[in-house]
Design a protein around this ligand. Structure first.
Ligand code: NAD
Length: 274
């Protein structure tokens, strides 16, 4: 299914009239950067069920009992993110800032909005690149190059007869025991509170915007998935960009993020999107 020109122009008119726009993104936004969604057909959760791999106690259990399987899971998560670059959808969102106030609220952990040039990005599920210690204390920010090197050493470790020690050595830049206790990536797993201060800032932005564009999210992971309903309750217009599901919306532009978002920004502001 394709969107009609009328829906595109109506959505563009709302964008032109808006003073504050929130772009609320999910895994589908990065699909065309080569990072597959977890939930779709063939996604990560099929091979690595979230009941086993989606929370810290499950990961610790895997590390002890099946370190090779855990290494394959970690590689499956890290490798596409380590090699990804922003797509035309991320770039169109960044370009929107030339025309109106924009806050990006993302469920993604891949840093691609910041790499595309978006300046206000709230990562409500955290970031794989930010390493934190106890009580969320900042430890270091990894670069994509650091991530690539980590993937390489993890791949070498996975090829050898992997013992827990080799796995831990491979992931040491990201996860381990330092002088001040355990450090780990600031990613929100199942059962954990959302990342702060990003979540509070995201809630504030979504209650103050005129338009929210939701992109590539199935709207199933709570509490983040509740943001569109909160925004709508304030009277803001909801525009949905997703090939499969519209979710809560006033206007739905069915299609892929990297195609629809540049077309939308172009229709609203003319020729400056990607
Ligand atoms: P989801 O997997 O539940 O849903 C993905 C949505 O994207 C679906 O509605 C699908 O139709 C849509 N989609 C697929 N391809 C698309 C495209 N090219 N353009 C636009 N839309 C497309 O994703 P979710 O709602 O974000 O929830 C999954 C959770 O998993 C999130 O919390 C997120 O943190 C995490 N996750 C993150 C990444 C990442 O950082 N890139 C990747 C996978 C999963």
């Amino acid at each position: 299914m394709d969107y009609t020109p009328e829906t595109l122009f109506e959505a563009a008119a709302h964008l032109r009239a808006a003073r504050e726009v929130v772009v609320f993104t999910g895994a589908g936004t990065s699909a065309e950067s080569g990072i597959a969604t977890f939930r779709d057909e063939g996604g990560l959760w099929q091979e690595f069920p979230p009941e086993q791999f989606g929370h810290w106690p499950g990961l610790v259990r895997m590390a002890v009992l099946r370190p090779r399987t855990l290494a394959r899971f970690v590689l499956a998560v890290l490798e596409p993110i380590a090699t990804a670059v922003p797509n035309a959808g991320h770039r169109a969102i960044a370009a929107l800032e030339e025309h109106t106030g924009v806050t990006v609220v993302t469920q993604n952990i891949d840093r691609l909005h910041s790499d595309a040039g978006s300046t206000i990005v709230h990562e409500v599920h955290g970031s794989l690149f930010e390493i934190v210690g106890r009580r969320g204390r900042f430890v270091r920010l990894l670069s994509r190059g650091d991530m690539l090197r980590l993937v390489e050493s993890l791949r070498r470790a996975a090829r050898s007869r992997l013992a827990l020690g080799r796995l831990l050595a491979a992931v040491r830049p990201m996860l381990g025991l330092g002088l001040r206790g355990i450090y780990r990536p600031k990613v929100v797993l199942f059962g954990e509170a959302l990342a702060q201060p990003d979540w509070d800032l995201a809630c504030r932005a979504t209650s103050q915007c005129d338009v929210m564009i939701t992109v590539g999210t199935s709207g199933t992971v709570m509490p983040a998935a509740g943001l569109p309903a909160k925004t709508r309750a304030t009277g803001a217009t909801l525009i949905s960009v997703d090939p499969e599901t519209a979710g809560l919306h006033d206007l739905w532009l069915p299609g892929r993020a990297a195609t629809v978002l540049p077309a939308l920004v172009d229709a609203a502001f003319g020729g400056e999107a990607a």
